[in-house]
Design a protein around this ligand. Structure first.
Ligand code: HEC
Length: 153
C-alpha cells in the first residue's frame, strides 16, 4: 500500500514538473483580436458601458460614413474628414470646401455643439451644406459623439 501511494505521488510530482518546464516563462496575459476597421478600444480598463456606447456609435456612424471619412490623414469626401473633430474649430480643414455658413460659424465642436448640430444640422448652422445626416434619437447622437471623441486619441 505504502509503496503504491509513493509511486502515485512521484507520478504527480513528475507530471507537475514537466508541465512547469514546458510553459514559457512569460505567459501572454491578454490577446486582443481586432477586425480591420473595428474601433480600437482604449487599452486602459474601462467599463462595459463605455465599450457598448462606442460600439453603438460606430454602428450608428454607418449613416455618416458615405460622406465622412474618419481615419487620420484620409482625404475628405462629400463631407469633411471627422478624425479629431471633437475640439476642432468648425470649417477648419484645408482639403474641404465648406459652406460660407460653416466657415463663418466660429463654432468649436465640443459635445454640446455637436449634439445640437446633429439633432438639426440646418437649424444648428443655418445655411450649412450638410442637408442630410441629422439624427433624431438623442442616445444615438450621444453614442456617435462618444465614438467621434474616441477617434481623437
Ligand atoms: C449626405 C452627406 C452627409 C452625411 C450623410 C453626413 N454629413 Fe456631415 N457634413 C456633410 C457636409 C457637406 C458637411 C460640410 C457642411 C458645411 O460646410 O456647411 C458636413 C459637416 C459635418 C460636420 C462639421 C465638420 C467640420 O469640419 O466643421 C460634422 C461634425 C458632421 N458633418 C458630422 C456628421 C455626422 C456625425 C453624420 C452622421 C450622423 C453626418 N455628418 C452625416 C455631409 C454629410
Amino acid at each position: 500500500m505504502n509503496s503504491i501511494s509513493l509511486i502515485a505521488l512521484t507520478g504527480v510530482a513528475a507530471a507537475t514538473l514537466s508541465a512547469c518546464s514546458s510553459e514559457s516563462p512569460d505567459p501572454v496575459e491578454q490577446i486582443i483580436v481586432r477586425e480591420p476597421g473595428e474601433v480600437a478600444a482604449p487599452a486602459r480598463s474601462e467599463g462595459t458601458a463605455t465599450t457598448d456606447i462606442l460600439a453603438a456609435g460606430s454602428a450608428a456612424f454607418a449613416a455618416c460614413a458615405s460622406c465622412h471619412s474618419v481615419e487620420a490623414g484620409e482625404p475628405s469626401g462629400a463631407g469633411p474628414n471627422l478624425h479629431g473633430v471633437v475640439g476642432r474649430p468648425a470649417g477648419s480643414l484645408d482639403d474641404f470646401a465648406y459652406s460660407e455658413a460653416m466657415s463663418a460659424s466660429s463654432l468649436v465642436w465640443n459635445e454640446g455643439e455637436l449634439d445640437a448640430f446633429l439633432a438639426n444640422p440646418t437649424g444648428g448652422v443655418p445655411g450649412t451644406s450638410m442637408v442630410a445626416g441629422g439624427v433624431d434619437d438623442a442616445e444615438q447622437r450621444e453614442a456617435i459623439i462618444a465614438y467621434l471623441a474616441s477617434l481623437s486619441e
